[in-house]
Design a protein around this ligand. Structure first.
Ligand SMILES: [Zn+2]
Length: 405
C-alpha cells in the first residue's frame, strides 16, 4: 500500500479514517543492526567487557539454548517491542533464518534476515561452508516473499577466515546478496588483527575486495582518518550502535566525521542483551548527544539523527525508493507520535521535540505497507500478554539450563 498524492487520496473511499490532530507522522524507524532473538537474553549478563561477556556468558548460553523455538520466540518478542517503538524495518543477524522468517510473517515487520556465517559450529551448522550453503538455500526458498529479504552475515573479521570472506564476495556478486558484518567493534579486535596479520581489520577486508556498497558494517569504532575516507569511497554503510558501544565500553564511532566524509550512517540497537532495549528513538537521541560530548554542540543535529534512524537505513538496505521517508509512491511505513502531551509541550520544532524530548511510549500508531499494526499502542496482530508469558517461560528455562553447566 502506497502513499498517494492528496488529490488522489481524497478521491478514494477510505475503509477507515484515522484523525490525529496532535500527532506528528514520520516514516517508520529502521533498525540497521540487531540480533532480535537475543531479546530472550535481556539482562542475562550485564556490566562485562565484550570478550568476557561473549565467551563466558553469551556464547555458552547460546550453545545450550539456540534452536528453532528459541529463535522464533525471541524474534517475535523483539519484533513486538520494536513495532511498539516505531520500528517498521529491521536488519537482523542470527541463526535459524526460517524461524526468523516465521516470526517476521507473524508480526508483519519488514525484515532483512542476516544469515550468520562463522567458522564455529552451532546447532544450526557445523562450518562456514554449511552456513553458506544454508543461506543460499533459504534465500531461494523465500525469494520474492513480501517484506522478507535474506542477507549474508559474516559475523566479524575475528570469527571468519579470509578464504570464507573471499567466498562471500563471490557469492554476494553472483546471487546479489546484501552483506551485514560486525567491523571494528572494539580496540582489542583491531590490536589482535594487527598482531596476527600486521593489518587492521578494515585494511584486511579491503585487500580481500570485501568493501562495497553491499556492505553494512556494524559499529566501526576506532577509525583512523584513512579508514573514514575509505568507508565513504567504497560506499559501505555504517550501522551506528551508540548504546551498545557505551554499555560494552567499546568506544564512540566517529559519526560526525563519517557523515562529513559522505558515508551513509544508519542506526542500530544491537541485541537486547547489550543495550538493553530495542529502542531506535533512544539510540537516535544518544547518537546526537554522543557526537557533541567532546565539545562539538553542532555535530549531528536532531534532523541528522532522524535521517540516520529512517532514510539512511533504507539506503543501506537498497530500499530508499520504497521506504525511509513519506513520499508519494513509496510504501506506507508510517508511525504517529503524540506531541500533545506534557512531555512534548510546547512544540517549536517537531524534529527537535521527537529526537530530544520524546520517548517511544508516545508512539501510538504504526503502519507497515499500509497495514495498521499498532493502534493506540495496542497490537493488531500480536497478543501482548501471551508474549510476556512466553518470555517468562523462557527465563525459567534459561536459568535452569545454566545450573547444569
Ligand atoms: Zn551485534
Amino acid at each position: 500500500m502506497a502513499v498517494l498524492p492528496q488529490k488522489e487520496a481524497r478521491q478514494m473511499r477510505a475503509a477507515q479514517v484515522v484523525d490525529l490532530p496532535e500527532h506528528a507522522l514520520l516514516p517508520g524507524f529502521i533498525n540497521l543492526h540487531t540480533h532480535i532473538a537475543m531479546t530472550l537474553l535481556r539482562g542475562f549478563a550485564d556490566d562485562l567487557p565484550l570478550m568476557e561477556w561473549l565467551q563466558n556468558h553469551i556464547w555458552p548460553a547460546e550453545a545450550r539454548l539456540v534452536g528453532d523455538a528459541f529463535v522464533h520466540d525471541g524474534t517475535l518478542l523483539g519484533m513486538a517491542e520494536m513495532l511498539r517503538g516505531g520500528i517498521t524495518c529491521v536488519n537482523d543477524m542470527y541463526y535459524f533464518p526460517e524461524a526468523i522468517a516465521r516470526a517476521a510473517a507473524a508480526s508483519g515487520m519488514r525484515t532483512f534476515i542476516g544469515c550468520v556465517i562463522t567458522e564455529f559450529p552451532s546447532a544450526y551448522a557445523q562450518n562456514a561452508q554449511e552456513y553458506l550453503e544454508k543461506a543460499t538455500e533459504v534465500r531461494r526458498k523465500f525469494y520474492g516473499k513480501e517484506r522478507i529479504s535474506l542477507v549474508l552475515a559474516p559475523h566479524a573479521p575475528y570469527t571468519v577466515k579470509e578464504e570464507t570472506f573471499r567466498k562471500i564476495v563471490v557469492l554476494a556478486e553472483h546471487e546479489n546478496f546484501l552483506i551485514h558484518c560486525h567491523i571494528h567493534e572494539t580496540e582489542n579486535e583491531i590490536r589482535q588483527s594487527v598482531q596476527a596479520t600486521g593489518m587492521r581489520p578494515l585494511a584486511a577486508l579491503e585487500q580481500l575486495g570485501f568493501l562495497s556498497p553491499r556492505v553494512t558494517a556494524a559499529h566501526m569504532t576506532h577509525l583512523i582518518d584513512e579508514e573514514i575516507a575509505l568507508t565513504a569511497q567504497r560506499g559501505i554503510s555504517v550501522a551506528h550502535n551508540p548504546r551498545s558501544n557505551m554499555k560494552l565500553g567499546s568506544g564512540i564511532a566517529p559519526i560526525a566525521k563519517l557523515l562529513q566524509a559522505g558515508a551513509n550512517v544508519g542506526l542500530g540497537t544491537d541485541g537486547a542483551a547489550s543495550n538493553n532495549s530495542l529502542d531506535i528513538l533512544a539510540d537516535a537521541r544518544l547518537a546526537a548527544l554522543l557526537a557533541k560530548v567532546n565539545g562539538s554542540p553542532t555535530a549531528v543535529s536532531a534532523a541528522e539523527a532522524l535521517r540516520m534512524a529512517t532514510i539512511n537505513g533504507a539506503k543501506a538496505l537498497g530500499i530508499a525508493d520504497q521506504v525511509g521517508s513519506i513520499e508519494t509512491g513509496k510504501q506506507a511505513d508510517i508511525i504517529a507520535v503524540d506531541l500533545g502531551t506534557i512531555e512534548a509541550a510546547p512544540v517549536f520544532d517537531p524534529v527537535s521535540q521527537i529526537v530530544y524530548a520524546t520517548n517511544r511510549e508516545q508512539i501510538t500508531h504504526v503502519w507497515i505497507a499500509g497495514e495498521h499494526l499498532l493502534k493506540e499502542r495496542r497490537f493488531a496482530r500480536l497478543n501482548e500478554s501471551e508474549l510476556v508469558g512466553m518470555a517468562e517461560q523462557w527465563r525459567a528455562e534459561i536459568r535452569d539450563s545454566g545450573r547444569n553447566v
